[in-house]
Design a protein around this ligand. Structure first.
Ligand code: BGC
Length: 758
C-alpha cells in the first residue's frame, strides 16, 4: 500500500517525487522541496498556509461548510478536527487525487491529555511530579492519535498560571516556570518521539505564546500588561524549553501583551522565537486569531490583519481564511515579500516531508494499528498508574483514610456515577462510555466485603442558566426528576446507614478550560449545603474534589474529615481513586498550583517577594491583608501521604559555590510512619541580595523517592551556577556573587534552610 501510493505520487510529481526519501531528516529534503516549490503558483503556496476545521469536533466559533471544496482546489495545507483512518483518508484523497500538485494535508487535533485513552487533565497530571510518566502519557496519546490518522497535536499547553479564575489553568502545569519547563520538554519528547517520521508520533505545538495565563482579572482572552523581566523570567521559560526539546510548531496566544496582539507581535515571533531561540518549525495562529485583530482594534480590515499577522511571523492561519483571501494580492501589491511567503511555505512542506507524507500520504491512517493500540490494555494500565499518582491528599484527620475493605460505604454526590465529566475538558476523542466511574472503581477495588450504597444527593448544578449554557456546548448534564428535597432525604438516609461517607463533589468539566473563567471559585452552594447536612449525621466524611482549577476550600477543609483532590482523571479515574481510597496506592501527588485562601488573594503563587515591608502579622505597616493571610490555603508543592516523612537539614559539601563547578546538597529522608510511601522532596533557593530583587523561594530541584516504612535514604541534589541566574538590570542572564539560601522540604511552605556563598 505504501509503495503503491508512493509510486502513484511519484508518477504525478515526476523528478521531485523520485527524490523523495524516507521519512525524517534527509539531505534529499531540500532539493525535493525546491523542485516542488518551483512548480507552485502563488495561490498554491498560500494554500499551504491555510488551515480549516473539519466538522468532527467543534473547538471554536465558526466552521466552514465548504472546507472540502477548498481542499480540492488546493487551497488548504492543513485540516484540524478530523480523525479516524477512514475520514482522514477520505480528505487526504481529495488533496492528493484532486489537486494539481498532490501535496498531502496535515491533520491536526487538540490531543491534550490523551486521544481516546484519556489521562488526567494536564494540571492534575503535573501533580504527579513524575516527568517520565508524563512523557509516557504524551507518547501513548501520540500512538493513539497517529493511528487514528492524525499528524499533529495542539499541545503541550505550557502557560504559567497563577490566577485560578482563569479556566485554562487546567490545561497547563501550574504556576512554576522551572517545573513547567521540565514538564514542557517531557511532553514534547513524548508526543514527537525520538526522531521525526515515526508513525507512532505526532508533531507537537507549544502554546499559547505568550503570557496567556496572565489575562487581566482571570478573564479569558483578556489583555496582558507585563514588563519584559516578568515575561522572560516567569512566562517564557517553558516555551524556550519546548523549543530546545525540538518542538515542531508553536501557537501564538489570543491575548495582547502591552497593546500588541501576540499573533502579530514581531518581538515575540521573530526577535525572541527565531533570533534568540533559533526556532526552526512553523507558527500556526490560534482559532480565527488573525481575524480577531480587527475587533481588537489592531487592524482595520482583513487584508491588514493578514499582513500584520503574517509579517510578524505567524506562518499558518487557523480558520479565519484571511491569508487565503488576501495574501496573494498583498504579495502582488508589494506589501508582503514573496520571499517571506516562500519561507513559511517551506517550513510547512518540511514538516510534511519529515512525517513521510510525500512518500505515503496515508501512512498514519491505519485501521489495523488503530484497532491494536487505541484503548489497549497497556494504555489503560498507564492511565490508572498516572491517575493515582496525580491525586493529592489535602487533609486526612484521624487517619480516616485509607478505607477498610469492609463495612458500608455511602457514596454521595453528583459526580459519583458520572463518566463524562471526569474526563475533563479537552478530552479529544475520549468517550464517557469508556470511563471507569467512581462507583465502578470502588466496587471493583473494594471487593466483596464492602457494601457500597449510592445517592446522587444533588444535581451537579442548580444554576439554571449555567446548566443550559453548558449543555448547549455538549456538557450532557442531567437533572434528577425527583427534585432537590427528595434527593437530599435519600442522601441523608444513605449516609446514616453507612460506616463512612465518600462525597463526590465538584465542577462540571466545562466549568474549567477555555472560555470558563469564574470570579467565585468555590463548590456550588447547593453542593456545599449537602456536605454540611451529611456531616451533621455524625459520620466520618471523605470529600473527593473533581475540578479543573484550584478552588477556595476553607469550608470543606473545616467540615470534611478527609479532603482528596482528584481533578478530572480521565478514563481510569474510578479505579485510580479507589486505589488511593482503599490504600492500594499511598498518595504522593503534590500541588503545582496554589489553592488560595480566598479569591481576594489572586493572583497567588509561592514565588512571592519580601518587599521593603515584609509581612509581620503583629506589625501594622507591613505587606499583608487585614482579613486573610498572605499564604494560600494549600501551597505549591503541598500534598499528604498515609505515612509521614522527616526531612533533615540540608548539608552542603562546601560553603562556597564556584563558577563552572557543581555543588552538592544532601538531605536524609526518613519514612517515619507505618506504611511504605513516596515523597517528593523539593529544593528551593533564594538570592538574599541582588541588583534586582529576587523571590523568597524558587524551585531548583526535586526528587520523588520511595521509602519503605522506617526506611531512610540520603538524597543528593546538584546545584550549579546556572541555577542562580536571573535577568539583571541590563537584562543580561547572570548569577551575582553573594549569599544564597538553599531550602529543602516537602512543600514550598515546609522547608529547612542553610546558606552558601557564590
Ligand atoms: C484554543 C486552542 C486550540 C484551538 C484549536 C482555540 O480556541 O485556544 O488552544 O488549540 O482552539 O482547537
Amino acid at each position: 500500500m505504501r509503495g503503491l501510493s508512493g509510486l502513484v505520487l511519484g508518477l504525478v510529481m515526476g523528478v521531485a517525487a523520485r527524490a523523495a526519501a524516507a521519512p525524517g531528516d534527509s539531505p534529499k529534503m531540500k532539493p525535493f522541496i525546491d523542485q516542488l516549490m518551483a512548480k507552485m503558483t502563488l495561490q498554491e503556496k498560500v494554500g499551504q498556509l491555510v488551515q480549516y476545521s473539519a466538522d468532527m469536533a467543534v473547538t471554536g466559533a465558526t466552521i466552514r461548510a465548504d472546507y472540502q471544496n477548498e481542499i480540492e482546489k488546493g487551497q488548504v495545507g492543513s485540516i484540524f478536527n478530523a480523525y479516524t483512518p477512514a475520514f482522514t483518508r477520505q480528505l487526504q484523497r481529495l488533496a492528493v487525487e484532486k489537486t494539481r500538485l498532490k501535496i498531502p494535508l496535515l491533520f491536526a487535533y487538540d490531543v491534550i491529555h490523551g486521544h481516546k485513552t484519556i489521562f488526567p487533565i494536564p494540571l492534575g497530571e503535573s501533580a504527579s511530579w513524575d516527568l517520565s510518566l508524563m512523557e509516557k502519557s504524551a507518547r501513548i496519546a501520540a500512538a493513539e492519535a497517529s493511528a487514528d490518522g492524525l499528524h499533529w497535536t495542539f499541545a503541550p499547553m505550557v502557560d504559567i498560571a497563577r490566577d485560578p479564575r482563569w479556566g485554562r489553568v487546567s490545561e497547563g502545569a501550574g504556576e512554576d516556570p522551572w517545573l513547567g519547563s521540565k514538564i514542557a520538554a517531557a511532553r514534547v519528547r513524548g508526543f514527537q518521539g525520538d526522531r521525526p517520521g515515526r508513525t507512532d508520533s505526532v508533531l507537537a505545538c507549544v502554546k499559547h505564546y505568550a503570557a496567556y495565563g496572565a489575562a487581566r482579572g482571570g478573564r479569558d482572552y483578556n489583555i496582558v500588561s507585563m514588563g519584559e523581566r516578568e515575561l522572560r523570567e516567569d512566562y517564557l521559560p517553558p516555551f524556550r524549553a519546548a523549543v530546545e526539546a525540538g518542538v515542531a510548531t508553536l501557537m501564538p496566544s489570543f491575548n495582547e501583551i502591552n497593546g500588541i496582539p501576540a499573533t502579530a507581535d514581531p518581538m515575540l515571533l521573530q526577535k525572541i522565537l527565531r533570533e534568540e531561540w533559533k526556532f526552526q518549525g512553523f507558527a500556526v495562529s490560534d482559532y480565527t486569531a488573525v481575524e480577531e485583530l480587527i475587533p481588537a482594534g489592531f487592524a482595520a480590515d482583513g487584508a491588514e490583519a493578514a499582513r500584520l499577522a503574517f509579517r510578524a511571523g505567524t506562518d499558518m492561519d487557523m480558520q479565519s481564511g484571511l491569508y487565503q483571501k488576501n495574501l496573494p494580492n498583498l504579495v502582488r501589491q508589494g506589501k508582503v515579500p514573496m520571499a517571506e511567503v516562500d519561507r513559511s511555505v517551506r517550513r510547512i512542506l518540511e514538516a510534511k516531508y519529515r512525517l513521510g507524507l510525500f512518500q505515503d500520504p496515508y501512512r498514519f491512517s491505519n485501521e489495523d494499528r488503530a484497532k491494536g493500540v487505541i484503548l489497549s490494555p497497556p494504555h489503560q494500565e498507564h492511565a490508572r498508574e498516572i491517575s493515582r499518582r496525580s491525586i493529592v491528599l489535602l487533609k486526612n484527620a484521624n487517619s480516616v483514610l485509607p478505607l477498610k475493605k469492609q463495612g458500608t460505604i455511602a457514596v454521595i454526590g453528583p459526580l459519583a456515577d458520572d463518566g463524562l465529566n471526569i474526563l475533563g475538558n479537552w478530552s479529544a476523542a475520549g468517550r464517557g462510555t469508556k470511563t471507569v466511574t467512581l462507583l465502578e472503581g470502588l466496587r471493583q477495588v473494594g471487593g466483596e466485603n464492602v457494601r457500597i450504597v449510592h445517592a446522587r444527593g444533588v444535581d451537579l448544578l442548580d444554576d439554571e442558566v449555567l446548566h443550559q449554557t453548558l449543555n448547549e456546548h455538549g456538557a450532557g448534564l442531567t437533572k434528577d426528576p425527583r427534585g432537590a428535597e427528595e434527593m437530599r432525604r435519600e442522601a441523608l438516609r444513605v449516609a446514616r446507614g453507612a460506616d463512612v461517607v465518600v462525597m463526590a463533589l465538584g465542577e462540571a468539566e466545562s466549568m474549567s478550560g477555555e472560555a470558563a473563567s469564574r470570579t467565585v471559585i468555590r463548590l456550588p452552594a447547593h453542593q456545599q449545603a449537602l456536605l454540611r447536612d451529611v456531616k451533621a449525621t455524625g459520620k466520618p466524611v471523605v470529600v473527593l474534589l473533581f475540578n479543573g482549577r484550584p478552588l477556595v476550600l476553607g469550608m470543606e477543609n473545616e467540615v470534611a474529615d478527609a479532603l482528596v483532590e482528584t481533578w478530572f482523571l480521565g478514563t481510569q479515574a474510578g479505579n485510580a481513586i479507589a486505589d488511593v481510597l482503599f490504600g492500594d496506592y499511598n498518595p504522593s501527588g503534590k500541588l503545582t498550583i496554589s489553592f488560595p485562601y480566598n479569591e481576594g488573594q489572586i493572583p497567588v503563587s509561592y514565588l512571592d517577594k519580601s518587599t521593603g515591608r515584609p509581612m509581620n502579622p503583629k506589625v501594622k505597616y507591613t505587606t499583608k491583608y487585614l482579613d486573610a493571610p498572605n499564604e494560600p490555603l494549600f501551597p505549591f508543592g503541598y500534598g499528604l501521604s498515609y505515612t509521614s516523612f522527616e526531612i533533615s537539614e540540608p548539608r552542603l559539601d562546601s560553603e562556597r559555590l564556584k563558577a563552572g563547578q557543581r555543588f552538592k546538597v544532601r538531605v536524609d529522608v526518613t519514612n517515619t510512619g507505618s506504611r511504605d510511601g513516596e515523597e517528593v522532596v523539593q529544593l528551593y533557593i533564594r538570592d538574599l541580595v541582588a541588583t534586582v530583587t529576587r523571590p523568597m523561594k524558587q524551585l531548583r530541584g526535586f526528587r520523588k523517592v520511595f521509602l519503605k516504612a522506617g526506611e531512610k535514604k540520603e538524597l543528593v541534589f546538584d546545584l550549579s551556577v546556572e541555577d542562580l541566574k536571573f535577568y539583571d538590570q541590563k537584562m543580561r542572564w547572570v548569577a551575582e556573587p553573594g549569599t544564597f539560601q538553599v531550602m529543602v522540604g516537602n512543600s514550598s511552605r515546609d522547608v529547612k534552610a542553610t546558606e552558601f556563598r557564590f
